[in-house]
Each structure stands twice: as structure tokens, then as C-alpha cells.
Write a protein that binds this ligand. Structure first.
Ligand code: FES
Length: 165
């Protein structure tokens, strides 16, 4: 007659370790798959061109009638102010000439103020209060044949150059 040890529990898988082995194989396969996916991702990232996408330097800003006379309008994605005075249009850089902070137009004070160190500019770009050493840059503004205004940030123009419409 066969003797059985009743105090030692019988393994749930019936003493067969195939279940444990296949479980460990599954874990190892999953780990290898994750490692392979990670290295593919790194390789794709390495091979893709390292290009910095910037907004175009010349861009349309709408029609002249979109800008009331005596208005200052910030084009935020381009960091440019469109200034319309009775004599015409100008486009000013919103970048402070001190250390490059982005300025803010204030209709209360009728000036462009820099939040970083307190510089202040008039709406023609001239320095009202330092430490900014230079006026804001003026960009060329043109009227296109289709009636749109076009600003070209690559063309710096004198402060006195206005587009008369
Ligand atoms: S960056 Fe504008 S005042 Fe310094």
C-alpha cells in the first residue's frame, strides 16, 4: 500500500512546474519586447531631423480696416505690435531691447512697458525710460495686392518709415 504524507500540501499545479516555467517565459518575453520597443523609439528619435520649427518671418496680419486709427495691437504668436496712427502703419518688435523680455502695451499709460526691469517705450518704439538702450525694432509693413497687410521681420526699417494706406 502506498504511503502518503498528509502534512505536506500538494502543489496546486499538481506538482507540474510547466505552469511556472511558461509564466516566467512570458515575463521574460514581455521584458524583451519592452526593451526592444524602447531601443526602436530611441533609434527613431535619433534618426529624425533635429529641426526647430519657428513661425515664418513674414506673415499676413489682415486688412487695414481691421486696425482702428490710434490703435496698438499685439500679434502674440509673432511678438509684434501693429501700430496704426493717422499717418500710417508700423510694426514694432515686442521684444525689449534690454535683455529680451516680452513687453506689454498699456492703453492706460499709452506706452509699451517691459515687466522685467521697468523699461518703457512710446508707441513709436522710442525709449521713454531705461534701462533699455535702444528703441524697439521696426519691421517693414507692405500692402499686398489682395488687400492684406504683410509684415516682414527680416527687414528692419527706420522708425520714420510708415505704410500710408
Ligand atoms: S529686459 Fe526689458 S527692461 Fe530689462
Amino acid at each position: 500500500m502506498e504511503e502518503r504524507n498528509l502534512t505536506e500540501p500538494k502543489p496546486a499545479d499538481g506538482g507540474n512546474d510547466i505552469g511556472r516555467r511558461s509564466f516566467l517565459n512570458g515575463i521574460a518575453g514581455a521584458a524583451l519586447s519592452i526593451a526592444a520597443a524602447g531601443s526602436v523609439a530611441v533609434s527613431v528619435e535619433y534618426l529624425s531631423p533635429n529641426v526647430l520649427f519657428e513661425p515664418p518671418t513674414s506673415f499676413r496680419i489682415g486688412h487695414p480696416e481691421d486696425y482702428p486709427v490710434d490703435s496698438v495691437t499685439l500679434i502674440p504668436e509673432q511678438q509684434v505690435y501693429v501700430v496704426r496712427i493717422p499717418a500710417g502703419f508700423s510694426a514694432l518688435s515686442a521684444v525689449c531691447t534690454h535683455l529680451g523680455c516680452i513687453t506689454q502695451w498699456s492703453s492706460d499709460t499709452e506706452s509699451i512697458a517691459c515687466p522685467c526691469h521697468g523699461s518703457r517705450f512710446r508707441k513709436d518704439g522710442t525709449v521713454e525710460r531705461g534701462p533699455a538702450p535702444h528703441p524697439l525694432d521696426h519691421f517693414a509693413v507692405r500692402l499686398m495686392p489682395d488687400g492684406n497687410l504683410l509684415v516682414d521681420k527680416l527687414e528692419i526699417v527706420p522708425q520714420t518709415q510708415l505704410l500710408k494706406v
